[in-house]
Design a protein around this ligand. Structure first.
Ligand code: NCD
Length: 319
């Protein structure tokens, strides 16, 4: 495994397998009454978040704490960046305090990669602009694999605001590495520019017709309409979007029985996903959240403890 986790690009299929194996062990720890493991005792992890987040930040925080690391959260709103400090100065100031791992979220694509040039410790990308969000894609694939078994040959539809989605980019890469087949579904205005060539090179399919795709798939992943990243009119009205691309109550009948529904959150209920879909028995939305902690424990463990192998039984005993 590489020193940093900037994107799924950094991982081989073997690395993903190792991360999943450790995550499964961590998942068992999550079910215990006492959840702490001593693996990262004495290490300090800083969550440096320049963009809003609820689940990713708290998930990394819980993951670090359950591994006995000291976790400190810094968010841009309360930091000196709002006083004009440059990203480089903020990062150097924070790491000068003695940090063993940096988890970074930033609105600029490439920010996490850039930070690796300035610091010695491992950097984990928790979402950089429209580029990648590797731990989200790992937890999505892990959740799906636990539900469906091997992803080899499985057909996954990824639906929604693909242009602005780092989750889409990371999922395309991870699902391809695990042998799944992806169909990307979006209105023409929310399909990334140049998607034709990209799809041909990366081996995924595209469609503008959700109703045609739904009966074919083994899983469906809905993505949020990212209004905060939109400057103009990408669709006529929220209602039109839902009619064309929302996972509505009637559309659930187009899915084969028990096809799992995923959404990375936060969900716009009633826009891209109806409550009946979000809360369906086949919805894995909350499984994704709980898998998120296990995956982040696994990533922190391998990167910060420098361990290439999954946990040894004595490590998993607890503190
Ligand atoms: C995603 C993100 O921030 O990229 N959410 C998340 O990490 N839970 C997706 C989104 O914001 O829609």
């Amino acid at each position: 495994m590489k020193k940093h986790l900037i994107g799924i690009e950094d991982l081989t299929a073997g690395d993903i397998g190792t991360l999943f194996e450790t995550a499964a062990q961590m998942h068992d720890v999550q079910r215990r009454e006492v959840k702490k493991l001593p693996a990262l005792r004495g290490r300090t992890v800083i969550n440096l978040f320049f963009e809003d987040s609820t689940r990713t930040r708290s998930s990394f925080e819980i993951a670090g704490k359950w591994l006995s690391a000291d976790v400190i959260n810094i968010s841009a709103k309360g930091s000196s960046t709002s006083k004009g400090e440059s990203l480089r100065d903020t990062v150097l100031t924070v790491t000068a305090m003695g940090v063993d791992g940096l988890v970074v979220r930033h609105s600029a694509s490439g920010a996490a990669e850039q930070i690796t040039q300035w610091v010695d410790c491992p950097v984990i990308n928790a979402g950089d602009g429209m580029h990648e969000h590797p731990t989200q894609a790992l937890l999505d694939a892990y959740t799906l694999q636990r539900h469906l078994g091997s992803l080899e040959g499985k057909h996954v539809a990824i639906v929604g605001d693909l242009t602005h989605s780092r989750v889409f980019r990371s999922n395309l890469l991870s699902l391809a590495k695990l042998g799944a087949r992806v169909t990307a579904v979006a209105p023409p205005t929310l399909m990334p520019a140049g998607v034709g060539q990209w799809a041909a090179e990366a081996g995924f399919a595209t469609s503008y017709d959700l109703d045609e795709v739904l009966p074919e798939v083994d899983a469906v992943m809905m993505l949020r309409v990212q209004r905060e990243r939109m400057s103009g009119g990408y669709f006529p009205s929220p209602r039109e979007y839902t009619i064309g691309y929302g996972l509505t109550r009637p559309r659930l009948d187009l899915l084969r029985a028990d096809v799992p529904i995923l959404h990375p959150g936060p969900m716009n209920r009633g826009l891209e996903i109806a409550p009946e879909a979000a809360d369906a028995a086949s919805s894995l939305v909350l499984d994704q959240v709980s898998a998120g902690v296990a995956i982040r424990m696994s990533v922190l463990y391998h990167l910060l403890a420098g361990e290439p192998e999954p946990l040894k039984p004595e490590t998993i005993k607890g503190v």
